[in-house]
Write a protein that binds this ligand. Sequence first.
Ligand code: SF4
Ligand code: MG
Length: 330
Amino acid sequence: DNVLLEVKNLRTYFFLDEGVVKAVDGVNFKIEKGKTFGVVGESGCGKSITAQSILRILPPRGEIVEGEIIFYRDDGSVDLVKLDPKGQEIRDIRGKEVAMVFQEPMTALAPVYTIGDQIIEAILLHQNVTKEQARKIAIDLLGRVGIPKPEERVDAYPFELSGGMRQRAMIAMAISSNPSLLIADEPTTALDVTIQAQILDLIKNLQKEMGMATMLITHNMGVIAEMADDVAVMYLGKIVESGPVNEIFYNPKHPYTVALLKSIPKVGKKVKGRLESIEGMVPDPYNLPTGCRFHPRCPSYVEGTCDKAEPPEIEITTGHKVSCFLYGGR
Ligand code: SF4
Ligand code: MG
């Protein structure tokens, strides 16, 4: 079929002195070729750790303890969980077949090298071209991502560019090897609203041109509405609801999804980094709530049910899944 990446029962835990943090705790999803898969939730819900698990770039003490991450290619599939995180095979996939852009490109771009040098290096790593050819490709890429006067900007240092231009340069580097999947983790969160919209447009256009799939991670439901074909809503290490974007927006089922939708900033208001309309605090990650993890904050919480067992995932219409006792499983 059309599946590019399939994540099955992924569990990524952190073994810290204070205890075990179950950052990703039994997550399942599929990303289809050429489509945008949006992952939304508050900070700390496990969205970035899911992405880092796929690329095998987990921070120290983070470990995939269970699950599969199947990456499908034309010539067969590979389980990324089985690869050595420092080995050549994952290195070849990283950057070449699966690329990533981050929230703050300043941390991903080395400050002491020009953006051209960094893009050229990425090209030389994955493509069989001369340095001169790589420079031409780099200039071409900078033009494609909307950087004016690319033949001059190629020699600029990251600090000489604005935040938006840096993000464009980062995207140029990410797409330099024609990846089949781009993982974008809060790619516009650090940028102001006008620039955010431009960067999202750019990603959308490149995606169409290149037929690339995107895994778009965001805390912002507005960004999801703009970009995603399919959506997964995460809460404390689990996907609580998932489905086609229209189902999630027009027929949301999980009380957490409903709360997230209410938190979309109104037009004209500044986008906030937090979802302040959701009552209660995100619980202590070392001591997750029993039963449904959302129960301490849930307006529909049923005592004796929601705090006793984890709600099973139920498919309510084709492709639309929800884990909440309101829809069955009691
Ligand atoms: Fe709320 Fe219960 Fe549904 Fe959890 S299972 S979201 S606590 S109603
Ligand atoms: Mg994050």
